[in-house]
Ligand binder design. Structure first.
Ligand code: ZN
Length: 597
């Protein structure tokens, strides 16, 4: 990743007004000291998207999209951070810092562009072979059987690889003067026993495009029943199959619009759905769904709907995919389209509208998983129960969400006709065995209370930090908060930056704070500072007291629970916990008395 120094970032953001930049995408109107418009990140008719030029931040009250200038451009243009910086530098007419490029790096770059060029020429070559030569007739017949029109074939630039041993190799090296090594490193030709040969022969060709729309690899399908049915390009310097998906480039506009991706298994499934008007569809590249793909999709979408074949292989693939998508925080559902049919068959039989209806009806991932496990194992036998629980826990624990786990423990108890307490203790054992840090509440429903309380604390912390920013000084009362443990890692980072300001005697400002934080923290910062404004005439004690009180009460509760839990096993430890409770209680009362004075 390219690195830009803090000074450079500062120069870029100083020379642009955030309201002007955002205003070029969304009409904004000034009201008070903010600008307002309709949010570009969700559908709305009345403006709830606000921009503050003073703070250099934006925040949407509808969908909570938030951040600074760089975040905005990253999101709306789908760029990486360095790309967003380059984009903005260009708008501001600021020259990029010159980088030293080594001779080695230069060579690598020119090899890469030669590979891109070769892949592009190959896509044209296969496409011409399909559409303009007699060799391609067999391929044409195949695509026609799959109901594709010439327009569809042109849109996906489908092709055909000649049924000869080294036709492409000869044409490309002799007529197009491409070096054999380049063809080999692009995965277009292989080499053995002193001879080069074409990797793809007598196959229907599906070009795989990168995010810029350049062909970087191919999938080739046989015409008959020979194996492998699909052959994919190997990994090359321009193609990492863990980081791409088939038809993603074509699907991106619709994915951005709907914030939803439909994931299918086969290239033909994806193409058929696109041709029937369902255009937010991508296909895996013959590999299991990877964490990299999940992260990539997370950039554009909030939800993935899996629409895999419902045979047992498809079910297993779905389950693995669920574990992965959960870890990056994508919402997941599973669509079932007619028993035993793949999406391609289904959409050709029933049309795009019926398929979309099946997507709307898609089941939340966990419900799907539980249902399919109940179908697969005998929930009345001890062994079956163990299988079901283990597999459910494996997926549930990938999400760091104890509310979710607890609500599924209840569902599992009902569906399996088991005692909820039994499942809770099994879950606790699973978590311990796998060294996870997830809290499984031993009792029902207490979880909701705990989580409501930490939510409340979190809001108090945020409003305290916002207050400090609004009074624009590193607060003199900072020592009062020394040692306070913030609930959110972000609040804790922000607090330590404020502490630096206080130590150096500098006044606080939103813009200076932005410089000290990492780009990843901009969204949280904007949300914190833009969501609301506190009344700055309120004395600071009013902000600190509830925070301290809250954290003392939380500690009191935890120690009480521990004392109760240890009462039988370890009376001495339990007594120590009780002593802590008494001390905490005294502190709580002191604080409460102060506030009533
Ligand atoms: Zn919004």
């Amino acid at each position: 990743m390219k690195y830009f120094g803090q000074d450079f970032l500062q120069r870029v953001s100083d020379s642009l007004n955030i309201a002007d930049v955002i205003g070029s995408y969304v009409p904004l109107k000034k009201r008070g000291n903010r600008y307002w418009g309709c949010c570009p990140f969700h559908h709305e008719k009345t403006p709830s998207f606000s921009v503050s030029p003073d703070k250099g931040l934006y925040y949407c009250f509808g969908c909570h999209a938030s951040g600074n200038l760089f975040t905005f451009v990253q999101k709306i243009e789908n760029l990486t951070f360095p790309e967003a910086v380059e984009h903005l530098a260009e708008i501001a007419h600021i020259e990029l810092p010159q980088e030293e490029i080594s001779a080695e790096e230069q060579k690598k770059q020119s090899e890469m562009s030669a590979m891109y060029e070769a892949a592009k020429l190959a896509a044209d070559y296969f496409h011409n072979c399909l559409t303009k030569t007699r060799m391609g007739e067999a391929g044409m017949a195949y695509f026609r059987r799959r109901h594709l029109t010439p327009e569809h074939i042109a849109y996906f630039k489908l092709g055909f690889a000649p049924p000869e041993w080294d036709r492409l190799f000869r044409d490309f090296t002799q007529k197009k003067q491409i070096r054999p090594e380049i063809l080999r490193s692009t995965g277009l030709v292989g080499y053995s026993n002193g001879r080069y040969f074409d990797m793809f022969r007598n196959r229907c060709m599906f070009p795989i495009l990168n995010l810029k729309g350049h062909p970087v690899a191919f999938g080739g399908r046989v015409l008959d029943d020979s194996k492998p049915k699909y052959l994919n390009s190997p990994e090359t310097p321009i193609f990492n199959k863990r980081r791409l998906l088939f038809a993603l480039y074509q699907a991106l506009p619709k994915i951005r619009e709907t914030r939803q991706v439909i994931m299918v298994e086969g290239y033909m499934d994806a193409i058929s759905l696109h041709t029937h008007g369902v255009t937010n569809v991508v296909a895996s590249l013959g590999t299991a769904f990877t964490i990299e793909q999940a992260r990539l999709l997370k950039r554009y979408a909030d939800e993935v709907v899996f629409s895999y074949d419902m045979d047992s292989a498809g079910q297993n693939a779905t389950r693995r995919a669920l574990e992965i998508a959960g870890t990056v925080g994508l919402k997941i559902r599973v669509a079932r389209v007619g028993e035993g049919k793949d999406p391609d068959e289904f959409v050709n039989l029933h049309g795009g509208e019926a398929y979309l209806e099946a997507v709307r009806q898609a089941q939340p991932a966990m419900d799907y998983l539980l249902a399919s496990l109940l179908h697969q194992y005998d929930a009345t036998s001890l062994e079956g129960q163990q299988h079901i629980l283990q597999e459910m826990f494996a997926v549930l624990t990938t999400r760091d969400d104890s509310m979710l786990i607890n609500s599924y423990i209840r569902k599992m108890a009902q569906a399996m006709r088991l005692d909820e307490g039994v499942i809770r203790s099994e879950a606790t054992r699973y978590v311990k065995k796998n060294h996870m840090h997830i809290y499984i509440s031993p009792k029902e429903n207490t979880e909701n209370v705990v989580s409501r309380e930490s939510q409340k604390l979190l809001r108090l912390e945020e409003s305290f930090l916002r207050y400090c920013m609004q009074v624009r000084r590193a607060p003199s009362f900072w020592p009062d908060m020394k040692g306070y443990e913030y609930h959110s890692p972000f609040c804790s980072r922000l607090a330590s930056i404020m502490e630096e300001f206080q130590e150096s005697g500098q006044p606080l400002s939103e813009k200076l704070v932005q410089q000290k934080l990492e780009p990843e923290d901009m969204e949280a910062l904007a949300a914190l500072l833009m969501r609301e404004e506190d009344d700055v005439s309120v004395p600071w004690e009013e902000f600190i007291r509830p925070l301290k009180l809250g954290s003392l009460q939380k500690a009191y509760k935890e120690h009480t629970e521990k004392a109760n839990a240890l009462a039988h096993e370890d009376p001495e430890a339990s007594r120590q916990e009780m002593l802590t409770c008494i001390r905490l209680n005294r502190e709580i009362q002191e604080l409460q008395q102060k506030s009533s004075v």
